[in-house]
Design a protein around this ligand. Structure first.
Ligand code: KIV
Length: 308
């Protein structure tokens, strides 16, 4: 499988790039990242945008849902990602309860992710019920990406991580959600875990790009979680692509290192530096002299054990 081809390898990606991509039928490739070196690698690989997802809670911080992720967590990791990325658009997820309480609080938190974290845009979960909030944030000049379908912050309400929009009423509601986001000024919308036919239909109906995950190939772009894509997680969702077995490679490499340390094979000559012979002799002589003085004249070895 080939690497993603950037829209323009020389230019920074902005929300305008997203709009142009949809108009020109060029697919948008997104991936998550949570730290600077990963952001640098995915940026160099040519991905169009990087999401500092609140999936951070599950794939990096060891939580079993995204609900415990805080604004401080998101700020910390967004700063790291923006330090690593130089071309791709960095989108920061708004964590649970950072945007649901009031549009004013949502704007304050979105502003922090941009001003303190360096993000170029924010993402928040929800459709029609978040329309007023999306409008409020975008009118302040902050680009917002919507997220509908399986919205992990509502996992308790949805009854688990399951495909959404299978029935007519749910599918129609999801289309209304996307339209509401578009009308509120969102620049793109993530469609997570919905049937491919529904995703394609929505993608044709709205003017802003749809970014799918578990939503078939008919979306305007795709997003995947870095750890899923590279085989680094304990569990791989069905919708995740598998482009490498990095988890296996890490376990094998660290296992070999551990064995080499135990067998005194590592570090080897290549990883060692040596004292000049003269300096070593002087050190040994100096140590032998001071140890002799400390022991009142007897002559302990340099290791501290007495010569017997
Ligand atoms: O948090 C995340 O990584 C996400 C993507 C799965 C879309 O929201």
């Amino acid at each position: 499988m080939s690497a993603a081809v950037p829209m323009d390898p020389q230019r920074s990606v902005t929300t305008t790039t997203f709009r142009v991509a949809k108009a020109q039928n060029r697919r948008i490739a997104m991936i998550t990242a949570y730290d600077a070196p990963t952001a640098r690698m995915v940026d160099q690989a040519g991905v169009d945008a990087i999401l500092v997802g609140d999936s951070l809670g599950m794939v990096v911080l060891g939580h079993d849902s995204t609900l415990p992720v805080t604004m401080d967590d998101m700020l910390h990791h967004t700063r790291a990602v923006t330090r690593g990325a130089s071309r791709a658009l960095v989108v920061a997820d708004m964590p649970f309860l950072s945007f649901q309480i009031s549009p004013q609080e949502a704007l304050r938190n979105a502003g922090r992710l941009v001003a303190e974290g360096g993000a170029g845009a924010v993402k928040l979960e929800g459709g029609r019920r978040m329309a007023e909030t999306v409008r409020y944030i975008t009118q302040a000049g902050i680009p917002v990406m919507g997220h509908v379908g399986l919205t992990p912050q509502s996992v308790n309400q949805l009854g688990g991580y399951r495909v959404q929009g299978r029935e007519t009423a749910d599918a129609l509601a999801l289309i209304d959600d996307c339209r509401a986001l578009e009308e509120s000024g969102a620049f793109a919308v993530v469609l997570e875990c919905i049937p491919a036919e529904l995703a394609e239909l929505v993608s044709r109906e709205i003017s802003i790009p749809t970014i799918g995950i578990g939503a078939g190939v008919g979306c305007d772009g795709e997003i995947q979680v870095f750890h899923d894509l590279l085989g680094m997680g304990d569990f791989t969702p069905r919708h995740a692509g598998r482009y490498a077995e990095v988890g296996t490679a890490i376990r094998e490499a660290v296992g070999a290192y551990t064995q080499d340390v135990r067998d005194r094979v590592f570090p080897a000559e290549a990883q060692s530096t040596h004292l000049d012979a003269r300096v070593l002799a002087e050190i040994k002589a100096a140590r032998a002299g001071s140890l002799k003085a400390a022991s009142g004249g007897s002559s302990p070895s340099i290791s501290g054990r007495s010569d017997q």
